[in-house]
Design a protein around this ligand. Structure first.
Ligand SMILES: Nc1ncnc2c1ncn2[C@@H]1O[C@H](COP(=O)(O)OP(=O)(O)OP(=O)(O)O)[C@@H](O)[C@H]1O
Length: 274
């Protein structure tokens, strides 16, 4: 084929026209990397020279008193808030500060907000099916049901979130805890590389908390999980590495025992209770 024919060959997608390669490159470093990040709201520094790295497959808990900057940090990672300065990388390839919120989600960063937002009138199965559909306007049953790999993924996720027996029940009848698991399942349908989970056990019963601990620890390894949580008992039950945020910076990092014996951390938490 001549050069002219090659250039005019419509079948061929030239590399510069192809969508950006999405694999997250973690061969030489962490899956998430924040360096010297700063954010001010009307002159108030919510995030102050924040440095944070999350390794591939890690389960990290982020704690910190009210107003420490935990939500703002999650907003920066997902592209909802843009920092004034600093760098935020997803693997070594993706500079998240140049990407939109939907692009960041499609790169494989899923976020679970505190309040569950499942579709109550749809069954558990249909909720998962809907999460799989890229175009939410199309009733996914029409397309997804045709593809056996979608069904397999739904079965796999139902197993993971422990809702197999309830697959054909409307999500509206689920308990608060079960709705939270379903929503985690909806995120898992897209096979994210990094899951950000905001206060997963708020309002849960003791038993639901135990089940959530099992679910989150079972996810780690397969994907990286960052959990923001106020419930210290829960954090202790799942955490390997804990990061303590205070006034928009990392105050301490280590195991739960290390951080809870850190005099600076004790001072900050006692200050909050006083
Ligand atoms: N859009 C905004 N405009 C002004 N101030 C903001 C905005 N978002 C956050 N802040 C402030 O930034 C600080 C950090 O807030 P952030 O919500 O990130 O803390 P947090 O650690 O998540 O707190 P909590 O544990 O109470 O949820 C707070 O003082 C908050 O009032």
């Amino acid at each position: 084929m001549s050069m002219f024919e090659q250039l005019t060959n419509r079948e061929r997608v030239f590399e510069f026209l192809a969508p950006e390669a999405s694999p997250v490159d973690v061969r030489h470093g962490p899956i998430l990397y924040l360096e010297d990040v700063n954010v001010s709201f009307d002159g108030f520094k919510a995030i102050n020279n924040l440095n944070l790295t999350i390794d591939d497959g890690e389960l990290r808990c982020i704690i910190g008193p009210n107003g420490a900057g935990k939500t703002t940090m999650m907003d920066i990672i997902t592209g909802k808030t843009r920092p004034d300065t600093g760098s935020v990388w997803f693997g070594s390839r993706h500079n998240l500060l140049t990407k939109s919120e939907p692009d960041i989600a499609s790169l494989g960063i899923g976020r679970k907000f505190q309040k569950p937002t499942v579709f109550e009138a749809l069954t558990v199965f249909e909720n998962l099916e809907l999460a799989m559909a890229t175009d939410k306007r199309i009733l996914p049953t029409l397309t997804a049901i045709m593809k056996p790999e979608f069904r397999d993924r739904i079965d796999e996720v139902l197993e993971m979130i422990g809702l197999k027996q309830l697959r054909d029940k409307p999500a509206g009848i689920l308990s608060h805890g079960q709705k939270q698991w379903l929503e985690i399942g909806m995120l898992l349908m897209q096979k994210p590389r990094l899951l950000l989970v905001d206060e997963p056990v708020a309002g849960m019963t003791e038993q639901e908390m135990e089940r959530t601990a099992e679910l989150l620890t079972s996810l780690a390894g397969k994907q990286s999980v960052v959990v923001v949580e106020h419930d210290m008992g829960f954090v202790r039950s799942i955490a390997r590495q804990v990061t303590v945020l205070h006034q928009g910076s990392v105050l301490a990092e280590g195991t739960m025992d290390q951080v809870s014996n850190d005099p600076e951390v004790i001072k900050v938490y006692l200050g909050e209770e006083a």
